[in-house]
Design a protein around this ligand. Sequence first.
Ligand code: NCD
Ligand code: ZN
Length: 350
Amino acid sequence: MANKIKLPGLIDVHVHLRDPGQTHKEDLLTGTSAALAGGFTCVVDMPNNAEPITTVERMKAKHALAKQKAVSDIGFHYGSLGDNLDTFEEAAKYSVGLKLYLNNTTGGYMLDPAYLKKIYAAWPQDKVVLLHAEEDFIDVAIESLEGLKRPVHICHMPNREVLDKIIGAKKQGLPVTCGVTPHHLFLNEKDADKLGVYGQMKPSLKPQSDVDYLWENLDWIDLFESDHAPHTHEEKKEGAFGVPGLETTLPLLLKAEVEGKITRSQIIDKCFTTPARVFGIPTDEDTYVEVDMTPYTIKNKDLKTKCGWSPFDGVEVPGKVSKVVLRGETVYENGEIIATPGSSRLLSEK
Ligand code: NCD
Ligand code: ZN
């Protein structure tokens, strides 16, 4: 174990694995392979597929695909455009949470905020509702929490303005949690200029003063979510929003640890303990990852994600996941996926 560290199998509650419908850029095998390569043993996939996951049939079809393809544990968030509340009770049996988009993003499944209260009442009270609410919708989102008892998670906070409003809601005791992506912690507006189309995502990259503010307020940030959002080179050139993140999140956080910006226990808290608690994801001690702390350079050609690129190509990081053990079985070792597709566990399959 010289030069190796051990961490619990990490949990990412916000990924877009594109299956079914857009498997030219990711599928449930390549996406969960990227998860293992990045130290994540459990991911929760978003509903903005080519056909949105807003019916029980589509949700069941996704489960059937995962049963054939997944190599990490996986769960799914359900979606709503306000017209499927009668399906919630049944759909919730197959769902980790319910994702609602107030802003426009990949897929274009924007919800009219007038539906929020009805949706909060209809979705099971012990299951999280996740909101995509950027600067222009954060006030509506925070107002919707008034008097609420049920958990709501605000995804990918990008800047001071949004974080301050969430801190205000937390100080009032409202049942809200929030997440930050690694790209909003490790990239800024200037990087967006250099990266061109590869630096475009929702929410957009912000000035360094906002990035600094996120780092200064880590204690208010409940969890990290990669928002792994693969697109092909061609799609990026045509303006698609989103960047992959599953394979770079942990190495970047370990780099921040070496630089004294975050502690090991904060990394574990925000990539394991808190996501497990907030989303009710079971954990066990025989699920862990080993990281070989030998510096290496992130390279597009080494990635398992089908899109084959990262905005962090060329960045030197202090360590790489060398082994992943899922419930006592080695599922990944030295770059190789060892797990049989379909052998991992599905969350919320009832
Ligand atoms: C995501 C995608 O491509 O599915 N894109 C992104 O820029 N983050 C959608 C989303 O989470 O907004
Ligand atoms: Zn997303």
